[in-house]
Design a protein around this ligand. Sequence first.
Ligand code: KG4
Ligand code: ZN
Length: 339
Amino acid sequence: MPAHPVILAIETSCDESAAAVCDANGHILASRISSQIPEHQPYGGVVPELASRNHMTRLRPVTEAVLADAGLQLADIDAFAATAGPGLASSLLVGTSAAKALALACHKPFLAINHLEGHLLSPFISHPNGVQPGVALIASGGHTLLISLIAPRHYQILGSTRDDAAGEAFDKAGKMLGLPYPGGPQIEKLARSGNPSAFAFPRPMIDSSDHSFSFSGLKTSLLYLLPQIAGTLPGTLPDLCASFQQAITDILVSKTIRAAKALHAASISLSGGVSCNQHLRESFSKACQQARLPFHCASPQHSTDNAAMIAFAALHHLLAGASSPLEADIDPNLTFAPP
Ligand code: KG4
Ligand code: ZN
């Protein structure tokens, strides 16, 4: 028997239709993700209407599957949660409407969850000591955020990107290089056999005293470089990818370590889709070791969008006695409340 309360969460902020169940101890009893990447690949990016229509058809089977995986019935669920933002409006509406309908039918509470909070807490799913305070970096397709994680439900934004997100920079570079969407994993694959020092890409804002990021200059430098080296392609593709990946890695690691030192943080955590990148994970791990800081990283299955992180975040709100009204709106531009 699972420890109650048991939460069923739905995540549909972008192009993944996901559902998960977690128990009162934060153990993920079941988690499924129905990826739409093959459907969006021909368009080189996510098509919002296609994403929401796919959520409509996939959500019921995915939700039934996680209940079956966990060996539970709807009646065993104590609360229903869904991502309420940030994300694509039409995608968010499908997931929140589904979770609200389940909550209404089962006479159980509904929790509207911030997708960013899901990413933020994801490194601590299955952590024996729970959520640890420190400086947190969320690096995803939509966001690059440095956050002071004080405790669950208590966060302070330190800085964010002024233009593109880190994952967006990977994806735009991938597009320029003619790689399939999403560019991040493709660039990582090619970078494995490349020389990270072959091309001198800029590291914008790496030495700035604030905690902000900027990746658009890096993207532009690739755009200007490509016509100059057109004759050497595709042979130089691995070197290009390795050098581009190294520039993003250097910026993310350097700025996060600097923020942690400035705040005398107790640890560093890393989450979001870009944290799937093995080179980035290893670079963070090495830098944290040198700085004598514990390093917490989301597991690969909890790095890209998933519902386990939404269930885990919802648990902290539910245990604190919080829930959301069924009238709660979505917010495509949701962020954390300013300090
Ligand atoms: O967290 P996520 O699934 O969705 C958002 O909330 O945005 O992140 C998706 C992003 C995409 O930009 C994708 O290219 C990037 O994460 N990503 C990677 C890797 N795997 C996913 N970037 C670099 N290396 C990877 N291995
Ligand atoms: Zn995400």
